[in-house]
Design a protein around this ligand. Structure first.
Ligand code: ADP
Length: 502
């Protein structure tokens, strides 16, 4: 069985992949399992060397990969060309610091029981990691999870979205091309292929909808395997009255509309303090009017349009519904508001007179829409920002950075950017984690980003090895009493108890 991949821009078929069945998934995972041990054994330095060669291959083939990516996603050229450099950054970061992050620890004895023991905490990989990814950033999201897992010594299967498997399949083919060991593979197919993968691997890292994430977490719990989930978001932007309105408006427009708003961390709703509301809205509308929509780059020329298509019809339908329902309930579209042209384009849209009864303020839209709401003050902005089941990230604009950071600490979100939008995605030493319904666990976060793919093993060796230890068989009254006195002497923290006087 196979799946046809269509361009969102014009509906044409741009590729075909096979719809891999559960038995093929099991076979692929078994093959990886066989290879993984030697991949772990070659050590970090050698794994990092392979990853650096792979980085060079990715950069050498960047244009070709971006062209395929553009054909299946409908992204503008500027956005199709950021995924490979992002992956290169992840390789550079973890190949530079990974050795240190994975160094085994040798803690000192904390009490008499282990005085003569050597203690080690050793970070050993989950043998096979499954990375299941969505259609919005098919290359970057797949690689950003696969890279630290590979460097940890795991073998990795990537299962991309059935809408966008082409560029990541081509990118993963590069792994074999550089002659690296067969510990990284791509399986194509729809939800059933992903579900089969969850049945076979030892760790699942998933990015996608909260609905699918919940199904994966349930299955992972049944199998008692860990999973990391990065799910949906409804990220708020708070604009305080002392904000630099030019920067805030530019950030809102790019942060909400970049990748056609199909970014889990995109600005999904905006709260503006009353004194600057009108000024801010005018600036946003002005900038949104200037956006150029379409597809560039396919014939070689790029960077000439700002906004591409939505990734598929189902997504276009959600965006249309959110906008239509809001307008029916009394909201106004100051610019945009409807589908555009052929394919799945939707006009960049600014909505005002919105409130929290509307889907556009409560559900994830994942489209090029900016609903803006006037608030009395920062307290109301914080209350509304937190009025959501999601908690991925948030943005605060104020000239008083200290105040912005104080507001950040009141927001229920895994990341807050002050006077910026989703810049935390590039801060690899910091965790990227969804709170509430936005996820479980975190990616990146320095050592955490690679150690999460490891099981920590405790190895305790006896440095002094008499025939038997005092606590071993046979139990005898004299030895037992002596051991009891000694342990009491060591454990108690005051003289009377040490001497057994009470
Ligand atoms: P969306 O609904 O936004 O299209 P999903 O969250 O459903 O995205 O899908 C993200 C990824 O999860 C895709 O690769 C998809 O094939 C996969 N997937 C869908 N259903 C399941 C499932 N039950 N188990 C594992 N993976 C799944």
């Amino acid at each position: 069985m196979s799946i046809e991949i269509r361009s969102p821009a014009d509906g044409s078929v741009v590729g075909v992949v096979s719809d891999q069945q559960p038995s093929e998934v099991t076979e692929a995972v078994e093959r990886l399992r066989e290879q993984q041990t030697s991949w772990e054994d070659i050590g970090f330095a050698e794994r990092a060397r392979r990853l650096r060669r792979y980085r060079d291959w990715l950069l050498d083939n960047e244009d070709q990969l971006a062209r395929i990516l553009q054909s299946e996603t409908g992204k503008p050229w500027a956005e199709a060309t950021i995924e490979v450099p992002y992956a290169a950054d992840v390789i550079n970061y973890y190949s530079k610091h990974g050795q240190r992050f994975l160094t085994e620890e040798t803690p000192r004895a904390h009490g008499p029981m282990t005085l003569t023991k050597r203690q080690r905490a050793v970070h050993r990989p989950y043998p096979v990691v499954g990375v299941i990814t969505p259609w919005n950033f098919p290359v970057a999201l797949s690689l950003m999870d696969a890279i630290p897992a590979l460097l940890a010594g795991a073998a990795v299967v990537v299962k991309p979205s059935e809408f966008t498997p082409l560029a990541i399949s081509a990118a993963l083919a590069g792994w074999a091309e550089i002659g690296a060991p067969p510990v990284l593979t791509c399986l194509t197919g729809a939800g059933a292929t992903g579900a089969a993968l969850v049945d076979d691997v030892d760790y699942v890292q998933f990015t996608g909808s909260t609905r699918t994430g919940t199904a994966i977490a349930t299955r992972a719990a049944e199998r008692l395997i860990p999973c990391g989930l990065e799910l949906g978001g409804k990220d708020p932007m708070l604009v305080l009255s002392d904000a630099d309105l030019d920067r805030a408006a530019n950030a809102a427009v790019w942060g909400g509309i970049c990748n056609s708003g199909q970014m889990c961390t995109s600005v999904e709703r905006i709260y503006v303090e009353a004194p600057v509301y009108e000024d801010f809205v005018n600036r946003v509308v002005e900038r949104v009017r200037e956006l150029r929509q379409g597809i560039d780059g396919t014939a070689g020329a790029g960077f000439t349009v700002d906004v591409g298509a939505l990734a598929n019809r189902a997504q276009a339908e959600i965006v249309r519904r959110h906008v239509d329902e809001a307008i029916q309930a009394g909201a106004k579209a100051l610019v945009g508001g409807k589908p555009a042209g052929t394919g799945t384009f939707f006009e960049p849209t600014v909505l005002v007179d919105v409130d929290h009864t509307m889907a556009c303020m409560r559900e994830e839209t994942f489209g090029p829409t900016l609903p803006i709401m006037k608030v009395a003050d920062a307290d109301e902005a914080v209350r509304l920002a937190n009025d959501t089941p999601y908690g991925l990230s948030a943005t605060v604009f104020t000239r008083d950075t200290e105040h912005g950071e104080r507001i950040a600490r009141r927001l229920e979100a895994g990341a807050v950017n002050v006077n910026d939008v989703f810049t935390n995605l590039f801060a690899l030493p910091l965790p990227m984690a969804g709170w509430k319904q936005s996820g479980i666990g975190a990616r990146n976060g320095g050592a955490h980003g690679i150690r999460k793919y490891c099981r920590t093993q405790a190895i305790v060796s006896s440095r002094v090895a008499p025939r038997a230890e005092p606590m071993w068989y046979p139990y005898r009254p004299l030895r037992g009493k002596l051991v009891r006195r000694l342990t009491r002497f060591v454990m108690a923290r005051d003289l009377r108890r040490r001497l057994g006087l009470r």
